[in-house]
Write a protein that binds this ligand. Structure first.
Ligand code: UDX
Length: 449
């Protein structure tokens, strides 16, 4: 079997490589010559754990190829996946579909035998039908069907998510296309992964509804965390007990500095726009978008408040810039809001992220970049944990304290307990947990062993 993947960005590269692992011949096509040359040289333009090994294995096996030549790339493909970017349009938050439609227009005259055109990018309801219309318009004789097949890959865990998904969603009205898609996903089919066959519109909406629901869950617990702070309740215990209810589930209930990344912010905005367009406002999602944006800004205010409202001349050390661990992605990361607000308020910023510095430097200016947490701590008036990288979970607290101007830790990911931090003489601010008295710390630590 042979397929083509148009777009070798995050989704295209991970999906294409994993399909090659399934034993399918895959050609990755991209207009960006640099990207293709990088890949042809055996380098991976993105950071995703485990991806380099798979790309190397599959290119060596001859199952994974890369080209900038569309005609050559799609030759003989039974399915052509469109996995190009769909950025939010700056003016109105609508997903920008120009790359998707452009790809459809360019494929159309090149189609020969029966082909399934698959939209893999996250696209608004109705896009698969529009792709179909465009191809028919350009090439009325083409023998093809269209299918929507959204991805649910988490950055940092994308390969695992692809190989062991909770479900595969396929949206097409055509039985012939269903058959081709079943063959492509055959290894998962054998593993009894649920394959949900629906209409294209339903498939497109499943993706938005899923991401918006997860974003809502996070925003919900973040607001509950605020309430915990006012009432003396503990958000981690609230979330844990809520999650034990099978109807709720424990995942995506970690309070933090607000969600970021390439999907949730973009997809919630797009869903709100789709709702408006169809006269059925998605008011909950609209509220989630606003609450999350306020939350990111509020994190900066919390740092400022820790200094009695004035951070002028203070040195703030930021640990973690990526929107979450195991990625170098900084898109819509809380750090991109927090750092500039602190700078505006007069603070000097030192920062360290294990992977994201290069990406972050495109957005953040006047940051004193360090290569580890201890250099960030040197002379700092506060340390702020914004991303829960594993290496921040076991910091040498005594070393940090010695290097800092004053021992203040703001842990916006709740990766420490107040007892362990305070017992080492730090002032500690976390999310949604009641403050405990210093004299209670040792008792709590003893109890925890
Ligand atoms: C997400 C979806 O999980 C994936 O299915 C989809 O297709 C693409 O978008 P991703 O953006 O890679 O994946 O990251 P995810 O792990 O979902 O986290 C998104 C954001 O939410 C991060 O900023 C993360 O820190 C935050 N988050 C997540 C929380 O604040 N609390 C949580 O409990 C979970």
């Amino acid at each position: 079997m042979r397929i083509a993947m148009i777009g070798t960005g995050y989704v295209g590269l991970v999906s294409g490589t994993c399909f090659a692992e399934f034993g399918i011949n895959v050609t990755g096509i991209d207009k960006d010559e640099n990207k293709i040359n990088t890949l042809l040289n055996g380098e991976i333009p993105i950071f995703e754990p485990g991806l380099d090994v798979l790309v190397e294995r599959q290119t060596a096996a001859g199952r994974l190829k890369f080209t900038t030549d569309l005609a050559e790339g799609i030759k003989g493909a039974q399915a052509i996946f469109i996995a190009v970017g769909t950025p939010s349009r700056r003016e109105d938050g609508h997903a920008d579909l120009s790359y998707v439609y452009q790809a459809a227009r360019e494929i159309a005259p090149l189609l020969e035998d029966y082909t399934v055109i698959v939209t893999k990018s996250t696209v608004p309801v109705g896009t698969a039908r529009e792709v179909e219309r465009i191809i028919r318009e350009v090439n009325p004789n083409a023998d093809f069907d269209v299918a929507s097949n959204p991805e649910f890959l988490r950055e940092g865990a994308a390969i695992e998510d692809f190989m062991r998904p909770d479900r595969v969603v396929i949206g097409t009205d055509s039985e012939r296309a269903q058959e081709v898609m079943r063959r492509i996903y055959r290894p998962l089919y054998i593993n009894e992964t649920p394959i949900v066959m629906v209409a294209p519109e339903t498939s497109e909406l499943i993706k938005y509804a899923s991401n918006a629901f997860l974003a809502t869950k996070i925003t919900f617990i973040n607001e509950i965390a605020n309430l915990c702070e006012q009432t003396g309740a503990n958000v981690q215990q609230v979330a844990k007990a809520m999650g034990l209810d099978g109807r709720i589930g424990g995942k995506f209930l970690h309070a933090g500095p607000g969600y970021g990344g390439s999907c949730f912010p973009k997809d919630t905005l797009a869903l709100a726009q789709i709702g408006q367009k169809h006269g059925t406002p998605q008011t909950i999602v609209e509220q989630v978008i606003e609450a999350n944006s306020n939350r990111q800004a509020d994190m900066a205010q919390r740092v400022i408040n820790a200094f009695g409202g004035d951070v002028k001349g203070k040195t703030i050390g930021i640990l973690g810039i990526a929107f979450k661990p195991n990625t170098d992605d900084v898109r819509d990361a809380p750090s991109l809001v927090v750092v500039p607000l602190l700078q505006e308020a007069g603070a000097n910023i030192k920062a360290y992220d294990p992977e994201a510095r290069e990406q972050a430097e495109k957005h953040l200016k006047n940051v004193d970049w360090k290569t580890n947490a201890y250099d960030v701590a040197e002379g700092a008036d506060a340390l702020v944990i914004l991303t829960e990288w594993n290496e921040f979970r076991a910091l040498g607290l005594n070393d940090l304290k010695e290097k800092m101007n004053q021992p203040l830790l703001l842990d916006f990911r709740n990766i420490y307990t107040e007892a362990e931090i305070k017992a080492r003489g730090f002032n500690y601010i976390s999310i949604g947990r009641p403050e405990i008295k210093l004299e209670d710390c040792s008792a709590q630590l003893k109890k925890a062993g």
